[in-house]
Design a protein around this ligand. Structure first.
Ligand SMILES: Nc1nc2c([nH]c(=O)n2[C@H]2C[C@H](O)[C@@H](COP(=O)(O)OP(=O)(O)OP(=O)(O)O)O2)c(=O)[nH]1
Length: 281
């Protein structure tokens, strides 16, 4: 088995770098300068979710070939994908993200098994390794460009509150295009306010309960309005306090099995696997 690694330091938090890693533009446009044509086959949104497949058309020593990979993980600490079809018996791509102060260290690692015994191994050394390093470099550059361009965006916090194995969702009443669709409690972080303080304020305003932030969930999600959605987890300070829909149509406690029954905002759909993970542990 061959393994190649490449690293890069990116001036953005890991949740933002994680979003850039999942963005189809990274595979579709980011690799083009290296002659690799990537295309998302199944991804209905801009961010890839586990199960989505990507097809790459590339060329080594003048010979064109195609690879299809499937996303296994898409989390704030990294992503992984595996080979579905292509001229190799095995290929696995893992990207790990680690916070270094306000920056993120990205470690990309590609491992594969070569075809055709000893001849394949020779081709591997002569052609494969150079190509792979080029492609990994191009990918890190694409992720860096996207993540750093998003890093200064204003943040909208969403809040994942779990009680007895169910997640609290709220149903929007406006604007008309989103009325009736579901989201997590939250809103814009005010200038000078911390994200945690915004979570507490928004839950007080929207649900009339006090919560205590406990962590983060998933990657950021870029919004069409130029902001970034970032999900925090929180628990009610008073476990028995019943949240009320102050300016929303309705609230609902949703189990893992019911998550896909709701008509979520498009942005929240790419976080459903994280919400499921939170509910199922
Ligand atoms: N709170 C929340 N907002 C979300 C989610 N998903 C998502 O795309 N958004 C969008 C909807 C809005 O454009 C923006 C939230 O900002 P906001 O809460 O301050 O804005 P708003 O339009 O609801 O209300 P307003 O305060 O401007 O009256 O983020 C989510 O899960 N929770």
């Amino acid at each position: 088995m061959s393994v190649l690694r490449s690293t890069g330091l990116i001036e953005a938090p890991a949740t933002t770098v994680g979003a850039a890693l999942r963005h189809t533009r990274t595979a579709e446009a980011g690799l083009a300068p290296r002659g690799v044509i990537g295309r998302a086959l199944t991804c209905p949104a801009e961010l890839l979710i586990p199960g989505d497949e990507l097809r790459f058309a590339l060329r080594a020593a003048g010979v064109p070939f195609e690879l299809t990979t499937r996303i296994e993980r898409a989390e704030a600490d990294g992503t992984s994908s595996v080979l579905v079809s292509g001229p190799l018996p095995r290929l696995r791509h893992e990207t790990a993200l680690a916070a270094v102060g306000p920056r993120t260290l990205l470690t990309d690692s590609l491992s594969w098994t070569s075809p055709l015994g000893p001849l394949g191994k020779l081709a591997d050394v002569v052609i494969g390794r150079g190509l792979v390093l080029d492609v990994l470099d191009a990918r890190i550059r694409a992720v860096r460009d996207l993540a750093e361009s998003w890093a200064s965006r204003p943040i909208v916090v969403g809040t994942a509150i779990v009680r007895s194995g169910s997640l609290l969702a709220q149903q929007r009443s406006y604007p008309a295009a989103d009325a009736g669709r579901w989201e997590l409690p939250g809103g814009r972080v005010e200038p000078g306010e911390s994200e945690q303080d915004a979570v507490v304020r928004e839950c007080r305003e929207e649900l009339a309960i006090d919560v205590e932030p406990t962590g983060a969930l998933g990657t950021d999600v870029p919004l069409d309005n130029g902001m970034l959605l970032r999900i925090h987890t929180a628990r009610p300070v008073e476990p028995a306090a019943e949240p009320k829909p102050v300016d929303h149509q309705a609230l609902r406690w949703v189990s893992a099995a019911e998550l896909t029954d709701l008509d979520w905002l498009n942005t929240d759909r790419v976080l459903l696997h994280n919400m499921r993970g939170l509910l199922t542990g």
